[in-house]
Unconditional design. Structure first.
Lengths: 213, 213
DNA sequence: GTAAGTTTCAAACGATCGTTTATGGAGGAG
DNA sequence: CTCCTCCATAAACGATCGTTTGAAACTTAC
């Protein structure tokens, strides 16, 4: 096997295993044996397990954030005012486009994003915040005029409510779909779930301040 | 120290440490040294680490679920139709009452609930589902007529969207309030956050199916 | 073909993990 | 006092973890 392949085989195996079990629960030995490479290859090519975790996220986030930036620029050049739904659609569309019809890959990515928040990996949160903070701030700057009447305090909390909705759903995507089969008889198509998730977030963002409409 | 105290000292330390770091990241040695008891005490009194995790949740969930059941019975005896807000208030009020003004305890509990979903602890999810499944189903049965027009599929996903919003917010409560100070200058009172969180969830539950109202 | 640099490999390292064992003290019952 | 049960304690067990080592295999360049 060529030398370049080793790195990608490790990243593929780590990505799948991390998303299934979490970071602490996945050993380097499981990763390397799944990837079919030697145990020492991880420390040779990446330096440490922490660096491997960051590399997995970088491979995922780099094209995604680039696509988000591109879509935000498109949105800004349109003459009409930017509304909440179009901003939420930027995110869902970017995930669709970057990872295509490969739902396994997309749900794995979602679970990883959730784990980044939940698991105690301070180094990972720092890395993400430092590397992609500009995009987050640009997005927030566009969201503010899309929600007129909200105070800064309300804007902060409502966006984090919405963020939590998405992250929780994403990180438990497979488990929730399994439960859905038991409870409703339907697994739920990705399109159905994403569109309702977007609707939930948009409705919450608009009306959280006026609970008794 | 009295003999009965050992069990509770372990539960106190485990509860705090699990909520801070997660289950796999917290060793029994850290728990026992924090509790000031011998290492073997965990296996002696609880049998295993898994059983300790379940015991932590049982101590938390038992009084909480009892209080929720009581409030649901009150609600059912009222002549008026049950609406979404009153059902959401049952949950927030129960947490308030059971854990009182002790916000540390309440946020620790919510973080644990979030971890139960996120961390790969199948035994814990099975335990919770088996032990408290009836209450969940009773709650869902009351929620359904409060959201007329929603299909079973929509009901399932919308309630889990709302659940995710609450769990994410509460499990990151302290971190979010710290971020709020930086971004907005206000820490946000508990009442402010809870009322807006409830508003967000209610708005999402009602309008998730009709994103373009 | 030889030398230098890069990657793979088996083996071991020290540390930490959950769990078990053996010992002995504390306290109540007969 | 003796026996028995319950619990705390120190020590060790086997397993697994991330990481390091040193030599072998391979690639590249001259």
């Amino acid at each position: 096997m060529a030398q370049k392949e080793t790195v990608e085989r490790i990243l593929d195996a780590a990505e799948a295993l991390f998303s299934e079990r979490g970071f602490a629960e996945t050993s380097l030995r499981t990763i390397t044996s799944t990837a079919g490479v030697n145990l020492a290859a991880v420390n040779y090519h990446f330096g440490s397990k922490k660096a491997l975790i960051q590399a997995v996220f970088e491979r995922f986030l780099e094209p995604l954030v680039a696509d988000i930036e591109r879509r935000l620029s498109e949105l800004e050049q349109q003459p009409e005012a930017i509304n909440v739904e179009s901003l939420l659609k930027v995110l869902s569309s970017a995930i669709y486009e970057v990872h295509g019809r490969n739902t396994n890959r997309a749900t794995a990515f979602m679970r990883l994003l959730g784990l980044a928040y939940t698991q105690s990996q301070a180094h990972l949160r720092n890395y993400i915040a430092q590397r992609y903070g500009e995009t987050f701030q640009r997005y927030a700057g566009l969201l503010k005029p899309a929600l007129p009447g909200a105070t800064d305090q309300e804007l902060f909390w409502h966006t984090h409510f919405a963020l939590g909705t998405a992250i929780f759903t994403m990180s438990n995507f497979d488990a929730l779909r399994a439960m859905a089969v038991n409870d409703t008889g339907h697994r739920g198509s990705v399109d159905f779930i994403v569109s309702h998730l977007t609707g939930f977030m948009a409705a919450g963002l608009r009306n959280a301040s006026h609970p008794h409409r």
